[in-house]
Design a binder for this molecule. Structure first.
Ligand code: 5AD
Ligand code: SF4
Length: 420
């Protein structure tokens, strides 16, 4: 979501004849697009702002957009008085007002808007992977999560607007469409004539567009995985056989306190259904360890589910208490040292599963999407249908989508060669 927001902001500045620079001391405007999901991310923003304040040109504008702006609000100006703007995740389309009136200070952390989608200029050339947001906010109030506060209640974008974005992306070069939402499979939109649309309808609309070869979506909430969507994995070959569906914990007690009221059996049933629809599907997850009250036995249940589902790629985090969330004030907060030990143990198991899966890909041929050259320029980086990174020797006129045979693998990436 932040990558997408960043691309839209960059397109807006480019439309005003601005060009990118890597050098803070050379920039006329510096925008930090920020994440508040864990405390560490927020802390990094304020230390970066301190560095930027010292390095920037005296008259350069600087400020923050995104979830930290929403969380900190006017307090950000008290902490860093030189800041020019603080704009929440649904207000960054107000930036042009500041460019027109650079001596003002701009604070806007309002919620409730899809305005930014319409007010920001479109990208004239789509990246190969076009991120298309289909909703803002989230209605699942997981007790650890700041997102319902920073991005607000869930709003699905009108079906026709999303389809129009897909058409524009396809016409300007998109090869992969990635639908985005905090609760992407909960997408639900009813038009003026009473037609109800779900994510499966969006996939069906995007698949025939010329040039579009791959479709995916992220992130999914387990109980929103309805049969119409599961069926798309059976019927739509462009839908990649890869799904991010976070489980967060393998302990029913912890899930209840997280306010994620699904039975583990139901979660496992959904994965079984997905595997029946698409036998080569693979799943990834997010995990939180050290949630308040998590016992050793709870944690062992998380270890068990990770091994049972065999997630091929996961993100695991130590629980981080966040403002405006119920879990932050729960009793039985877990010590940092315990969290660190549990995280290391879970990561070791997840890495092992990932390495095994990567090694099982050796000798397979897969259609992969080119991301561009690596740092040395001697290799090209491709993404497999499972989002693994695959490194190939650079070749002139290498295709954007190439058939690649996997020749080697480790935990982090694959190596391959072009077939034919
Ligand atoms: N502490 C740790 N991890 C969190 N996440 C969300 N909130 C927190 C928190 N307070 C994780 C969840 C989510 C991912 C985006 O970030 O695992 O799926
Ligand atoms: Fe946060 Fe995701 Fe839960 Fe929504 S579903 S509250 S975004 S963790």
């Amino acid at each position: 979501m932040n990558v997408y927001d960043g691309q839209r902001i960059a397109a807006m500045l480019a439309a005003r004849e601005m060009t990118e620079t890597d050098d803070v001391s050379d920039a006329d405007i510096i925008i930090l697009n920020t994440c508040a999901v864990r405390a560490k991310a927020t802390d990094k923003v304020f230390s970066a702002l301190g560095r930027i304040r010292r390095a920037k040109k005296p008259d350069a504008l600087f400020g923050i957009v995104g979830c930290v702006a929403r969380e900190a609000g006017a307090d950000a100006f008290r902490r860093i008085p030189e800041l020019n703007f603080v704009l929440g995740p649904q207000s960054y389309h107000k930036l042009p007002a500041l460019l027109e009136n650079p001596d003002s200070k701009l604070l806007n952390i309002d919620l409730g808007g899809l305005e930014k989608f319409d007010e920001m200029p479109r990208m004239s050339v789509s990246p190969a992977v076009a991120y298309i947001p289909i909703q803002e906010g989230c209605n699942h109030c997981c007790t650890y999560c700041i997102v319902p506060y920073t991005r607000g209640r869930e709003i699905s974008r009108p079906y026709a607007d999303v389809v129009r974005d897909c058409v524009h992306a396809a016409e300007t070069g998109a090869i992969e469409i990635c639908f985005l939402g905090q609760n992407v499979n909960g997408y639900q939109y009813t038009d003026d004539e009473g037609h109800a649309f779900r994510l499966s309808d969006l996939i069906r609309a995007a698949a025939p567009l010329p040039g579009v070869r791959r479709i995916r979506f992220t992130s999914s909430y387990p109980t929103e995985m309805t049969d119409d969507l599961i069926d798309m994995f059976r019927t739509e070959p462009k839908l990649l056989p890869f799904l991010n569906m976070p489980i967060q914990s393998g302990s029913p007690n912890v899930l209840t306190r997280m306010n994620r009221p699904y039975e583990l059996n139901l979660y496992i049933d959904i994965i079984d259904k997905l595997r029946r629809a698409r036998p080569d599907i693979q799943i990834s997850s997010d995990f939180i360890v050290g949630f308040p009250g998590e016992t050793d036995a709870d944690f062992e249940q998380t270890m068990e589910i990770a091994k049972r589902i065999k997630y091929i790629n996961s993100y695991s985090f130590k629980y981080s208490p966040r403002p405006h969330t119920a879990a932050a004030v729960m009793p039985d907060q877990i010590q940092e040292t315990v969290k660190a030990t549990r995280l290391a143990k879970l990561d070791a198991a997840l890495n092992e599963i990932q390495r095994e899966f990567n090694e099982s890909c050796i000798n397979r041929e897969m259609d992969c999407l080119c991301e561009g050259p690596d740092k040395t320029g001697r290799h090209l980086v491709y993404r497999t249908p499972y989002m693994q990174q695959c490194i190939v020797a650079a070749a002139p006129h290498a295709p954007a989508i190439a058939r690649i045979r996997i020749t080697a693998a480790n935990k982090a990436s694959l190596r391959g060669e072009f077939v034919g």
